[in-house]
Design a binder for this molecule. Sequence first.
Ligand code: AMP
Ligand code: MG
Length: 415
Amino acid sequence: MTISVEQARERVLSRCRRLEPESASMLEALGRVLAEDIRSDIDISPFDNSAMDGYAVRAVSVADASREHPVTLSIVSYIAAGDSSEEEVGEGQAARIMTGAPMPKGADSVVMVEHTEPGERSSMPGGTVRVMRAARVGENIRYRGEEVKAKEAVLSRGDVVGAPAVGLLASTGHESAPVYRRPRVAVLSTGDELVEVTEKPGPGKIRNSNSYSISAQVLEAGGLPLRYPVVPDEPVATREALARAAGEADFIIASGGVSAGDLDFVRPVLEEMGELEFFKVSMRPGNPQTMGSIEGVPFFGLPGNPTSTFVGFEIFVRPALRFMQGHRELFRPMCIATLEQDVKKKPDKRYYLRGRVRRSDEGRLLASLSGGQSSALLGAAHRGNCLLVLPQGETFFGAGTEVETMRLDMEEGTP
Ligand code: AMP
Ligand code: MG
């Protein structure tokens, strides 16, 4: 039975589970999903401090200050970042203070150095400063606990760790964080025609490129690829390879061997060893997408043609691997773009054509094909940045028509 892409996506996810968390060092956690809330051990900021280089004052002392009528204050202390000051600032007084230095007692405002002039004597303690602008209470002060208070959550379960989150982990004392584990993904290529990349293919042979392109997609999706030796078109070897993969991996990908050819053994072996969920999806390229599980390990059989493999991975496998890693956003963003050329298709299925979107001078999104659309050729996928999604039932899309594009150059969750 042929099912829709949406049905197939749902069924793939239903066979996947979120992996258990592990502790990862801050930098290994980058791009991954937090499995728990992260609490701070201290207030951030830990103390009230100055946001500017200048003078800590009582706002009342400079209430009437202006460029025409500067107010002279006597300097009672000098506080640099890293210092701690005991000296209190009274009315008519100021503490010379640097960015990040703790606010002295008594002061409730910081006047930027740009709004002052040195007084007659030095602008060090014992000297004076002329303030040329009134200050508000709280101005240029970063208060203790403004970002987060001790014991409160600074990051939440489900958050993706980006560079700012790494900074927050560091400032709250976490060298490592609990994140969902990366899936180990078995990558199997089937086909008697396949030779290693280092070999010059003999008659009838081709290089095993899928094993590498799929592994690259696994890495891009946050998984850890386990590349298996080529599986010959033969049931016993197929069975052995799948059994090994089910014992070692969290997700199994095979390429090739899922069509209706006499030597396509992946589906029959899957049915025999595990459970078949579906084997045909109404889409082009890549009609024979084969999904199921072996010993509870999700299995996805991608068609062998390199571009079908690439597209099938993007549509089905990448969201599944993201789900397993705890991501809330599973699908690539979809954007409407205006076709720059005529595109024809057969009405039978939904098409995913390799294309490129660009911005016109007026800021409109324009889309065109990025090369020949044979599913045996990868060049158009390489030059493209999106898939043009053309609905089932229709045959002609003229230049100027608006079409949906699935953006491969944008992260999931991008609005
Ligand atoms: P299949 O799905 O096994 O019928 O293969 C479909 C097409 O994809 C055939 O032309 C294969 O030679 C090609 N193909 C299969 N596996 C690979 C692979 N690992 N690398 C490159 N091309 C492949
Ligand atoms: Mg084959």
